[in-house]
Design a binder for this molecule. Structure first.
Ligand code: SF4
Length: 318
């Protein structure tokens, strides 16, 4: 899953931002149409030109900063789509630029088949959302942008909402889910990501990180409401930190370079092969206190799919 960084600057300032603190913002000359076109060509020729999960090539994430701020964004998207006509392209965007409906429609038209937009929302109103985005007006822009994206999507395109779970964010979680059900019940997917403490986020780590199992109780409290949505995903959660009924939401995407090697509890665990494992930043900043080997099999159906290890069945119980 290569991450294509399309633009280094951003128009919000999230407290959990994992972008590098130095050597990234303001380096706009490295993200021109010419430079990105050359990198795409070299990537196609087999060179490692886009970092992160470069070894799995089933889809691309277009990232930043905020990728839609690139003045040539539409041309870049069109170029990537032309070069990779059948690859899933997922645009990670804060959605503010989608408030411009014409631009939003153009993005979905150019993105074509197998195109997705993933938009993060932090709270249920301007006050709660912007306490995390730290950008006045961003809540209203994102709400407008999300509606435009949902209206612009065609068959074989999806719009997902992302919620980055932090100690601050979970205070707003119940209201956020209720707001989504009321205003945007047509989203294709709701994804929860446990915060990765990297880049800018390290400065605020004491306000962000908390035990994953505590975080899971906030998600689990909303279980009935979550079942009203088309699809829910949980990223970055080891199975032992979750109630069993949340396991079918688990998706494993972390690269090995982000994970603790040979955790002693994992070595004893019956679900080792199905579990994402322990994120290095969770070990570094929290000590991973709730990682405990599971020694008895639970009432779940394993799917055999390493990305989505547990199938949904009615029998799954907490
Ligand atoms: S002990 Fe390790 S392998 Fe088992 S569920 Fe926890 S993190 Fe996953």
């Amino acid at each position: 899953m290569p991450d294509f960084a399309i633009w280094p600057d951003c128009n919000i300032g999230c407290v959990f931002c994992s972008n590098p603190v130095e050597g990234f913002r303001g380096t706009n000359e490295k993200y021109t149409l010419d430079v990105i076109t050359r990198k795409v060509k070299e990537y196609k020729e087999g060179h490692r030109r886009f970092l992160k999960f470069d070894d799995v090539s089933d889809y691309f994430n277009l990232t930043g900063g905020e990728p839609t701020l690139n003045p040539d964004f539409l041309k870049i998207l069109g170029h990537i789509r032309k070069e990779f006509p059948s690859r899933l392209i997922r645009l990670l965007t804060n959605g503010r630029m989608f408030a411009y409906e014409k631009f939003c429609k153009s993005v979905f038209a150019i993105g074509g088949d197998k195109f997705e937009a993933a938009i993060p929302i932090f709270g249920y109103d301007a006050k709660t959302h912007e306490s995390i985005s730290r950008a006045p007006g961003s809540f209203e822009n994102t709400m407008e942008g999300l509606r435009h994206a949902l209206d612009a999507r065609k068959d074989n395109q999806k719009v997902e909402v992302r919620v980055i779970l932090t100690r601050i964010q979970v205070k707003f979680l119940d209201g956020l889910i209720e707001m989504l059900l009321e205003r945007f019940p047509d989203i294709d997917r709701l994804c929860f990501l446990f915060v990765e403490v990297e880049g800018f986020a390290e400065k605020y780590r004491d306000r962000l990180v908390f035990p994953m199992s505590e975080c899971a109780t906030h998600v689990d409290r909303n279980y009935e409401n979550l079942q009203k949505l088309k699809e829910v995903r949980l990223y970055h959660f080891p199975l032992c930190t979750l109630p069993t009924r949340l396991w079918p939401f688990v998706h494993n995407t972390l690269s090995d370079i982000k994970l603790v090697e040979n955790h002693e509890e994992c070595a004893k665990c019956v679900y080792k092969e199905s579990c994402v494992g322990v994120h290095r930043s969770y070990m570094k900043y929290m000590g991973a206190p709730d990682i405990k080997a599971i020694t008895m099999e639970r009432s779940v159906t394993l799917s055999g799919d390493r990305y989505r290890p547990v199938s949904y069945t009615e029998e799954v119980v907490s």
